[in-house]
Design a protein around this ligand. Sequence first.
Ligand code: SF4
Length: 228
Amino acid sequence: MARTVAGLVPFTSIDFPGYLAAVVFFQGCPLRCPFCHNPNLQPLTDSTQDWSTTLNFLKTRRKRLDGVVFSGGEPLLQSDLPHMLMQIKDLGFKTALHTSGVYPEKLKEIFPLLDWVGLDIKGPWDKYDILCGRKKMAEKVQESLKILIESELNFECRTTCDPKNLKPTDILHIAKDLKSLGVRTYALQKYHTFPEDKNPPSLLDIESFFSHEALGPVQAIFPQLIIR
Ligand code: SF4
């Protein structure tokens, strides 16, 4: 059983909206997003921490935290994910999943074990190959999005604003598309530079996504637009 835990953040108030949570990061991701600030999580290598150690730590946080976030990498790569989620549920935690959405069937299977999902929308569908570093992933993400929209599950769509590959007009395009599909919550995430990025965008370019001029039309579509 794959349980490739890469690390744990013991406390967060922003990764699981409305709840105080810990975040477990899983090793391995099929995508190669150019803006990935955790490229060390991409290869599916051995765990740096075993699951039982992670679980034992979380047991000590039962009275202090509301939930646990499964993040990565891509947690849906973990063949033992349903069992791990069940163990977390048995401890009384609420559960959240951060996913790229490229495994819609696996996502559907674990719905009963989830309380919230954060679904990445890397960019407009016609730019998806570049923004996720792999071909033919847009269809998979669209499928995941459809499954989420048709479900009762709380979820948000979120886009990392990579100024080297996205423009504010792309964000507006995505926002219109998501709204028309019935998405209620949309979040924009600031680009974070990372050591492997040899040609990072300027701070000005990063911030320009969040100017009033750029965001006004997006906020007209999603008045509760989240920026983090
Ligand atoms: S989906 Fe996330 S972990 Fe995977 S390459 Fe993209 S940013 Fe990195």
